[in-house]
Design a protein around this ligand. Structure first.
Ligand code: ARG
Length: 471
């Protein structure tokens, strides 16, 4: 094919080439299917860029008006679903320039003055990521608020709900249900903090870095950065065009969040079993079985658990892409968008579903209390009673441990053995009363009502601060 044939196929670089690209190359290297969702961001970046060209005297007033009109038209066509992509549209940037030029003629050829797709794609992608991280932070606030509401509902006072706390998934000590719910809330608030921190670092404009080295034209990257609402411009053009830390960080932040959601999901799976029976799922957040009529399945919780695997894959895969890349731009970097879109989309969906799941969970608090009031729940309290008498903790532990063993081996009620034990006796029996143990967790940050009420107040303050940071 001739140079003209190559130009006919819409290739941006046809001047240098004798023949049009091979079909296999086009099929393998094109990214339009993935990156077309950047169109609105890319058009916004192009507007800022052409306004900069105009200020630099590189576009006349009428050329500026024409190009801006063309960009508006392309955005409108895209939003209304009327934009028809052409076979030569390798990526969204190519498609926009092609369509603007079709619509307005030769002035469209000035759009790409002083710009490369290398700085262009980094700018549009950052703009998308910065906005998406803001959305994600808002969703996180919603989920933390649901947990806080549920904590209030199940009670933080002396009569609040409590359940067994577990280590090694073996019953350990009773904890307030509100305490348990707030444990997830604090993890999510750390995620939120990371999201905002990641957004702060992503909020830097690479526009004006060119292909890798800046430009001979009198461009003003500070002005275009400000025009686009970025907090700053790049410091180094090589770094600006090849840095994808913001993408990798976004993937990490989303992965860790997904891991937290997976832990919440696992808990609901477990708690909704016949064997635990701690919660009942609302019908709107449960699924049935196509074959077994009696089934009610916790699919939301399972997928919150399962999808975390994909998110971890997005992160690990993209870090492998970045590893050892030489400065500056390499086409490998085009691999950044799929995992980031996948991660952001999926955590948004997961948070939405988990908000609904947790908002509608019915807690079977009597069942939780019954499980928590096992005779042995107060074993540590008994040992601590001896400690208050001056007995070394190690000896106290052994005394109580021996009573537990005898009770289990010989089937003697634990309370009888406690009452008969000279070092403990009748005075220890109130510790074995149902619900007594959790009241005794009084230290700051602990699982009993006194510290849980203080914790709830602190969570409220943290939630207010998070809301303010997100707005
Ligand atoms: N589509 C590419 C990307 O997403 C941008 C194009 C840069 N291509 C190039 N050959 N310089 O990274």
């Amino acid at each position: 094919m001739t140079d003209d044939a190559s130009a006919d196929r819409g290739q941006l670089w046809h001047g240098r080439f004798d023949v049009a690209p091979a079909e296999e190359l086009v099929a393998f290297t094109g990214s339009l299917a993935v990156d077309q969702r950047l169109l609105v961001d890319d058009v916004a970046c192009s507007r800022a860029h052409v306004r900069g060209l105009h200020r630099a005297g590189l576009l006349t007033d009428s050329e500026l008006a024409e190009v801006l009109g063309g960009l508006d038209a392309v955005e409108m066509e895209f939003r209304s679903g009327e934009l028809v992509f052409a076979p030569g549209d390798e990526d969204v940037h190519t498609a926009i320039e092609r369509r603007v030029t079709e619509l307005i003629g030769p002035a469209g050829g000035k759009l790409h003055t002083g710009r490369s797709r290398n700085d262009q794609v980094a700018t549009a992608f950052r703009r998308y990521v910065v906005r998406s991280l803001g959305d994600l932070a808002g969703r996180l606030v919603d989920l933390v608020a649901v947990l806080a509401e549920r904590a209030d509902e199940v009670g933080t006072g002396d009569d609040g709900a409590y359940l067994p706390g577990y280590t090694h998934l073996q019953q350990a000590q009773p904890v307030m249900l509100a305490h348990h719910l707030m444990a997830h809330a604090w993890a999510l608030l750390r995620d939120l903090d990371r999201v905002l921190d990641c957004r702060r670092r992503a909020d830097v404009s690479p526009l004006g870095a060119g292909a890798l080295a800046g430009s001979s034209l009198p461009l003003d990257p500070d002005a275009t950065a400000a025009d686009l609402g970025f907090a700053a411009r790049f410091e180094n053009s090589l770094d600006a065009t090849s840095d994808r830390d913001f993408a990798a960080e976004t993937l990490f932040v989303c992965s860790l969040l997904a891991v937290h959601l997976s832990r919440m999901g696992e808990e609901v799976v477990l708690w909704s079993t016949e064997e635990f029976g701690f919660v009942r799922l609302d019908d709107a957040y449960a699924t049935g079985s196509s074959m077994l009529p009696q089934k009610k399945n916790p699919d939301v919780a399972e997928l919150a658990r399962g999808r975390a695997g994909r998110l971890i894959g997005d992160l690990a895969g993209f870090l492998a892409t970045l590893k050892s890349l030489p400065l500056a731009y390499n086409r490998d970097l085009q691999e950044d968008k799929e995992p980031v879109f996948d991660a952001l989309d999926n955590v948004a969906l997961a948070i939405g579903a988990m908000c609904g799941l947790y908002r509608t969970l019915v807690f079977h608090t009597e069942r939780m209390a019954a499980a928590a009031d096992s005779p042995y729940a107060a074993a540590t309290d008994l040992a601590e009673l001896l400690v208050a008498d001056g007995v070394p903790f190690r000896s106290a532990h052994a005394v109580v441990g021996a009573l537990v063993r005898r009770s289990l081996d010989e089937g003697i009620p634990f309370a009888d053995l406690v009452a008969a034990e000279p070092q403990l006796g009748e005075r220890a029996l109130p510790l074995l009363e149902p619900g007594a143990s959790v009241l005794r967790r009084t230290t700051p940050g602990g699982a009993g009502p006194v510290p849980v009420q203080a914790q709830r107040a602190r969570l409220g303050a943290a939630l207010d601060a998070a809301r303010a940071a997100v707005d």
